[in-house]
Every structure is written in C-alpha cells, then in structure tokens.
Design a protein around this ligand. Structure first.
Ligand code: NAD
Length: 256
C-alpha cells in the first residue's frame, strides 16, 4: 500500500517509534530512522522487511539539527510523504521541584520538534497534494497526572498543533492526526516501573500491575505493533478524511 512512499519517524531507534516504522515498512514505505542508542539493530530490522532505510542522528531539541534531517531525508529519497513526530522523553517530579532544564528539554523534544519537522515537511506534501503527519501524543494530551507537568503540557500542546495542522490543510490531500497511547512497556515506562518497585519494595511484576491498576482498566499494556497498525490506517485510503483527531489506544484510561 505504501510502496514508493517515504516515512520519517523521529525517535525510532526504540519503543513505539520503531514499532510504527516497522508497520509502515511492512506496507512498503522506505524509512528514515532517527534517535539515539543502538542504530545498527533497528536499521537491520527495517532492511529485513525489504525496504530502503536511512538514519539521521538529529537531536530533536535542536531546530538546526531538524532542518538538517529534513534536508537529508529529501536528498536520500526525494521527499517525505509520511512524517511521524514521535521522539519524546519523560521526567517525573512535582512542579515546585521540577528541574528547569527538564522542563525546557521536554517542551523542546516533545512539542517544539513536532512544529519544526511539520513546518519543514509541509511544503513538499502540499506541492504533491498527498501527505500524512502523525503525532504521537499520549493520553496525557487529553488528561493530566500528578508529577508530569511538562509532559502533560507538551502533549496537550501536540494535540493543539495536530488540530491546527489538520485545519490549515483540510481541503488538500495532507492530513494530520494524533495517536494517544496509554501505558506501553517501552524503556520510557520501564524506568517508571523500576522507580515504583524500588520506592514500594515490590517486585517488577507487582509494580507493573500497580501501574496498570491505577489508570488502565484493561490491565494490559498497549503494544508498539498495535500503534503501528493505527498509523498504517491513517495512511490508508480509508483514512483520507480523518483530520485532526486525537485517537486513544489506552485500554479504557480516558473512558473513566
Ligand atoms: P522510548 O524511550 O522507547 O523511545 C524514545 C525515542 O526517542 C528513542 O528512539 C530515543 O532515542 C528518542 N529520543 C529521545 N530524545 C531524543 C532527542 N533529543 N532527539 C532524537 N531522538 C530522541 O520511548 P517510547 O515509550 O517509545 O516513547 C515514544 C513516544 O511515545 C514519546 O513521544 C512518548 O511520549 C510517547 N508515549 C509513550 C507512552 C508509553 O507508555 N511508553 C505512552 C504514551 C505516549
């Protein structure tokens, strides 16, 4: 379905971004990976799906790096048809003790990076009258949780940006939507599981159950594979008039 399309997924060396990149690759899209840590492993996983893969190590907190990455993607594959704004970090602390540098980093990586990548991707999508921008927000773009001020503020901002991007392109073949996962057991959440296990002196398995029990009625983690298939739907012909939605895959978190 996505042969000859190019998808750039930010923060795709791990977790949800890698899951989405693999789902898009299974549909035939060439992939531009981005993110830190192991690069060769994710590159090999994508190449094994029979598509072309490239990598750019832009630090998503830096507008200049993002410009470089968008130029690199166009040079490698001609254009970016599908942009998935996924890179994100977390920090957990009450507002009165929230480190200022963590606030700035979360706003830059989780929110401003999506603005920069979107503004740079739009002109060529508009020129070809086809594009998909998918913002990985969170249930925390829809509701709050204590001790996550920067993250919740950034994710609410991402959903606002999603709506405006969708509206500005509503008469065109360019759509923009957000995906709002509940708990997904990636390194980002494993840190929170480990912190809970240590704080309460309980096992890792019990900490996972507690984490789910507080918020997610299904008592199941959402998986990167499930989120990847939602991204595929947004890219499919049936998704052509889905515009500006924030679609949760959250085991009932926000239904409560
Ligand atoms: P993860 O830690 O597994 O992956 C994050 C990715 O972002 C990695 O590839 C990392 O290298 C990259 N990254 C981090 N800082 C970066 C930077 N400055 N520049 C470039 N890349 C950077 O986390 P994840 O859970 O897969 O999170 C992916 C997205 O999903 C995030 O936006 C997160 O907020 C969101 N999300 C996660 C959950 C969850 O439960 N895990 C739930 C809702 C939303």
């Amino acid at each position: 379905m996505l042969a000859n399309k190019t998808a750039l997924v930010t923060g795709s060396t791990s977790g949800i971004g890698l899951g989405i990149a693999k789902s898009l690759a299974r549909q035939g899209a060439n992939i531009v990976l981005n993110g830190f840590g192991d690069v060769e492993g994710p590159k090999a996983e994508i190449a094994a799906l029979g598509v072309k893969v490239a990598y750019h190590g832009a630090d998503m907190s830096k507008a200049g790096d993002i410009e470089d990455m968008m130029g690199f993607a166009a040079a490698q594959f001609g254009q970016v048809d599908i942009l998935v704004n996924n890179a994100g970090i977390q920090h957990v602390a009450r507002i009165e003790s929230f480190p200022i540098d963590r606030w700035d980093a979360i706003i830059a990586i989780n929110l401003s990076s999506a603005f920069h990548a979107t503004r740079l991707a739009l002109p060529s999508m508009q020129a070809r009258n086809w594009g998909r921008i998918i913002n990985v927000a969170s249930v925390h773009g829809l509701v709050g949780s204590a001790e996550k001020s920067a993250y919740v503020a950034a994710k609410h901002g991402v959903i606002g940006l999603t709506k405006v991007t969708a509206l500005e392109n509503a008469t065109t073949g360019v759509t923009c939507n957000a995906i709002c996962p509940g708990w997904v057991l990636t390194p980002l959440v494993q840190k929170q599981v480990d912190a809970k296990a240590a704080a309460l002196g309980i096992s890792n398995e019990d900490a996972k159950k507690q984490l789910l029990g507080e918020k997610e009625p299904s008592m199941q983690f959402t998986t990167p594979e499930e989120l990847g298939e939602l991204a595929v739907f947004f890219c499919s012909p049936a998704g052509a008039n889905v515009r500006g939605v924030a679609w949760n895959m959250d085991g009932g978190w926000v239904a409560q």
